[in-house]
Design a protein around this ligand. Sequence first.
Ligand code: PFF
Length: 433
Amino acid sequence: MSSREHWASRAGFLLAAIGSAVGLGNLWGFPYKASANGGAAFVLVYLAVIALVCLPLLVVELLIGRRTGESPVLALAMVGGPRWRWLGYAMTLNAAVILAFYSVVAGWTLLSAGRTLLLGLPADPAAFFSSISQGPLAIVGHLLAMLFTAGVIALGVRGGIERLSLWCMPLLFVLLVAMAIWASTLSGAGEGYRFYLQPDLQELLRWPTLTSAAGHAFFSLSLGLGAIITYASYTQGQEGLGCQAGMIAAADTAVALVGGLITFPLVAHFNLLGSLSESTVGTLFVAIPTGMASLGGLGRWLAVAFYGVLVLAALTSAVSLLEVSTAAFIDRLGWSRRRATTLAVAAITLLGLLPASDSRWIDVLYTVFGETGLLFGGLMLALLVGWGQPRLEGEAPLVVRRLLRWLGTPVLLVLLVQSLLHLPQVVAPLLQS
Ligand code: PFF
C-alpha cells in the first residue's frame, strides 16, 4: 500500500471531490428538472434528501475510502467482509456505464464550445444541435471527451486529476458567478426566476417528483457508486469528515442553484420559456445559443463562456467516473495505471457508441444507472453501515449510523421501489421502435 498515490494537498482533494460532484447534473439537469417538477417543491425535496440522507452517506464514503486506502471492491470487502465485494463490482460497473453516456453529453458541450469559439454561433442552433446530438458527430464528440478524460487519468492522481481540479474549479466558480450577475441584469430575469422556483406544492406529493429529486441528489453528489470512496482512498489526513462532506455538499448545491439563476433569466429574456415545457436535454443547447445570437458579437463570447463552464464541469466529473474503473484494475489486478486506463477507456468508449448513435439511450441509461443504480448503491451502503457490523472501528459517528438506519434505509427503500416501478415506462419507447 505504500506505493499508492496520494493527493499533494487537502485543497487538491477537496477541489477534485467538488469537481466530481459539480457537473452537467448541476448546470443542465438540476434547473431543468426543478422547473419541470414543481420548482421550489423540487428544490425543497432535494435539499431535504441532501441533508438527511446524502450527507451521512457522503461521510460514510469518505470514511471507507480513507480508512481502507482502497477502491470500492477491496474497500467494501475490508469494511463489510468478503460478502460485500459484489457491491464494489456493481458500483464499478455502474460508474463505467454512466461514463459511457456522460461522455456523449460532454462531447456535445465540447463540440458546441469548439464551434462557437472557432466559427461563431451557428445560424440555426436547432439544426446544429440535431447534427451533433446523435450520429457521426456525436461519436466524434464522445471520442474527444474520452480521449481528454483518459489523458488526465493516465497522468495520475496528482499530475492529472489534482492539477486539473486546481485549475478548472476556481475558473468555473468565477465564470459561473460572473454569468449569474450578468443574467440578473437582463430584462425578464424576474420572470425567469419565478418560472424556475415558483412552488407548486402539489408536486410534493407526486412520486416522480420525489424519486427524481432524490435520484438527482445522488447523481449530483456522485454518491452511491464509489467515486467518493475512490477519491478518499488517496487521502491520508485526519481532518473532520463531517466538515469535508459539508463543504462538498454545499459547493455542489450552490452551483446547482446558481446554474438555474443563469439559465432561466436567459431563457426568459429571449422569450423562450414556452419552448422549455416539453424539453429534454437539448433545449439548453438550442435555446441558449438562439438567444445569444441576437446579441451579436458579444453573444458569441458569452456563449463561449457558457459552454466553457459546461465543458469544465463535465470533464472534471468524467475524470472521477473513469478513475473508479481504473483504480479497480490497478488495485485488484496490480496493473500499471497506463494499462488500466487503456482497457477501461476502450471498453467504455465502445459502450458509449450506443448512446452516441441514438440519443434516446441517454434518458434510459440515466434513469436505470444514474438514478435507480445510485439509489440502490446508497441503500446497500445504508444497510452495511446502519444495520451491519462494519469494520470502521468506532469511527463512523453514531449520529450517522442512526440516521442511515432509521431514516436513510426506509427512505431509500421506498424510493428505490418507486423508481423500479417507473422503469418500464422509461424503457418502453426504446423497445417499441
Ligand atoms: N456529479 C456529476 C454531475 O452532477 O454531473 C455526475 C457524476 C459524476 C455522477 C461522478 C457520479 C459520479 F461518480
